[in-house]
Write a protein that binds this ligand. Structure first.
Ligand code: UD1
Ligand code: UDP
Length: 383
C-alpha cells in the first residue's frame, strides 16, 4: 500500500514550493500524494493561475477558509483540516513556508500524532513583529522532520535545541520550480509585450504589513517609487493586500498617474519570472523574490530592516535598503556597481528529489521513522 502524504498549499508563495514536490512524489509508487488547498489565497490570480502554470491538478481537498484575522484564519484552517487528517490518516503531512495555514496544519497533525514535515524550516528574521516569525517558530518546534534550505537555517534550529536527527538540509525548492518552468519562462514574451527592453526596467512587489498597512510608511514608499520611475520604468504587479491599502489611504491614483510606473494585477508565475529574469533590478519585500533574484544574479533591493534569508545577502545579490536610501541604491545598480553574487549550495533544482529520498528512508519499515513519532509510538489517539 502506498503511503498517503498530504501536501498543504494555502497562499501564493506555497504553490511554487509544493509543485516540484507534488510532481516528484506522484511519480513514485511508494507514495499516494494528496493535495490539500486551505483556500487562504483564493483570487484566480493568487491561486488558480499558479496551478495552471505549475502543472498542478485540482486539489484533492479544498478547505475554502478565505481571509480573516490571524486567529480566525488559523482556527478556520484547523477546524477544516482536522477531519480530513482524521479520515485519511496520512503517513506524513508536509507543510511549506511560513503562512498561517502552515502553522495551523502542523498543530492539527501534532495532536493527531501524524508526522509533520516542514519544508523551508529554520528560517528566522528574529523579528516577532512579523506574523510569519511566529508561524516559523510554532511549525519548527512541532515538526518531526525539518527540511532546511541553507546552513543558517540548520544553525538556528541547533541553537533552539531541535535535535539534529530531525533536521535535513535539502536545498531551496523554489529553484526547482524555476528550472521546471524555465522553457516556458524563457519563451514567454511578457516584458517585450509591455514594450520594455531587457535590463532597462525594474520590477516592484510589496505586501508586508509593516510596509503597506501604515499610511505614512506606504506614502513614503509611493513617493520613492514615483521618483525612481522618472528614471527607470517600473512594473508593479500589486498584491491584493497592497491594492486594498493603497485605495484606503487614497494613494492609488498617485501611483497610477506616474508615467513610468505600470501597475498591474498580480502576475502569473511564468509571466512574473519572465519579468524578473530580464529586469535590471527588483524592489521588493517578498521572501521568495529575494531568493529568485539571488539565483538569477539580479540586484535585489529589499525594503525591510531584516531578512529571514540572510544567505541571499551574504552570498547573493540581495541588500536590505531603507526607503529613504532607495534612489541611491537604484543609482548604484544602474551604474553596474551592485555586488555580484553566487548561487548557494543545493540551490540546484534537485531539492524535490532529495525530499523524496528523505521521505522514503522514513517509510514504515523502510528506514528511520520521524523522530517524534518514535517517541510517541505507544500513544493512543482517540479522535
Ligand atoms: C500571506 C502570508 C504572508 C505571505 C503572503 C504571500 C500569513 C500570516 N501571511 O499574507 O506570509 O508572504 O500571504 O502573498 O499567512 N486577499 C484577497 N484575495 C486573496 C487573498 C488575499 O483579496 O486571494 C486580500 C484580503 O483582503 C486579505 C488580505 O489580502 O484580507 C491579506 O491576505 P492574507 O492571506 O491574510 O495575508 P497576506 O498579506 O496575503
Ligand atoms: N509571484 C508571482 N507573481 C507576482 C508576485 C510574486 O508569481 O505578481 C511569485 C514569485 O515567484 C514569488 C512568489 O510569488 O517568489 C512569492 O510570493 P509572495 O511575495 O507573495 O510571498 P512571500 O515569498 O513573501 O511569502
Amino acid at each position: 500500500m502506498p503511503a498517503i502524504v498530504h501536501l498543504i498549499a494555502a497562499a501564493r508563495p506555497n504553490f511554487m514550493k509544493v509543485a516540484p514536490l507534488w510532481h516528484a512524489l506522484s511519480a513514485d509508487p511508494a507514495f499516494d500524494v494528496r493535495l490539500v488547498h486551505t483556500g487562504q489565497h483564493y483570487d484566480p490570480n493568487m491561486s488558480d493561475a499558479f496551478f495552471r502554470d505549475l502543472g498542478l491538478p485540482e486539489p484533492d481537498h479544498h478547505l475554502g477558509v478565505g481571509s480573516g484575522s490571524h486567529a480566525e484564519q488559523t482556527a478556520k484552517v484547523m477546524l477544516a483540516y482536522e477531519p480530513v487528517a482524521i479520515a485519511e490518516r496520512p503517513a506524513f503531512t508536509i507543510v511549506v513556508g511560513d503562512v498561517n495555514s502552515t502553522a495551523a496544519c502542523a498543530m492539527v497533525c501534532a495532536k493527531l500524532l501524524v508526522p509533520v514535515v516542514h519544508l523551508e524550516a529554520g528560517l528566522r528574521s528574529f523579528d516577532r513583529t512579523m506574523p510569519e516569525e511566529t508561524n516559523r517558530l510554532v511549525t519548527d518546534v512541532l515538526a518531526d522532520l525539518l527540511w532546511t534550505p541553507s546552513p543558517d537555517a540548520d544553525e538556528n534550529l541547533r541553537r533552539e535545541g531541535i535535535p539534529e536527527t530531525r533536521v535535513e538540509r535539502v536545498g531551496n525548492i523554489m529553484i526547482d520550480s524555476y528550472e521546471l518552468q524555465r522553457p516556458a519562462i524563457e519563451a514567454d514574451g511578457t516584458y517585450q509585450r509591455l514594450g520594455l527592453a531587457a535590463r532597462q526596467y525594474g520590477v516592484v512587489t510589496l505586501h508586508r504589513p509593516s510596509n503597506v498597512d501604515d499610511r505614512d510608511t506606504l506614502a513614503g514608499l509611493v513617493a520613492q517609487l514615483v521618483a525612481i520611475s522618472a528614471r527607470l520604468p517600473l512594473v508593479f504587479p500589486v498584491h491584493p493586500r497592497t491594492r486594498k491599502q493603497l485605495n484606503t489611504f487614497g494613494l492609488w491614483d498617485t501611483l497610477a498617474a506616474a508615467p513610468g510606473l505600470r501597475l498591474s494585477e498580480p502576475a502569473g508565475y511564468v509571466q512574473f519570472m519572465n519579468l524578473v529574469s530580464h529586469a535590471g533590478l527588483v524592489i521588493t519585500d517578498s521572501g521568495g523574490v529575494q531568493e529568485e533574484t539571488t539565483y538569477l544574479d539580479i540586484p535585489c533591493l529589499t525594503v525591510r530592516p531584516n531578512t529571514e534569508r540572510p544567505i541571499t545577502v551574504t552570498e547573493g545579490t540581495n541588500r536590505l535598503i531603507r526607503p529613504a536610501d532607495l534612489q541611491a541604491a537604484v543609482d548604484r545598480a544602474l551604474k553596474g556597481e551592485w555586488p555580484r553574487g553566487r548561487r548557494p549550495a543545493l540551490w540546484d533544482g534537485r531539492t524535490a528529489a532529495r525530499c523524496v529520498e528523505s521521505l522514503r528512508a522514513r517509510l514504515p519499515g523502510g528506514g528511520l521513522p520521524a523522530a517524534r513519532s518514535v517517541a510517541r509510538a505507544g500513544a493512543v489517539v482517540t479522535p
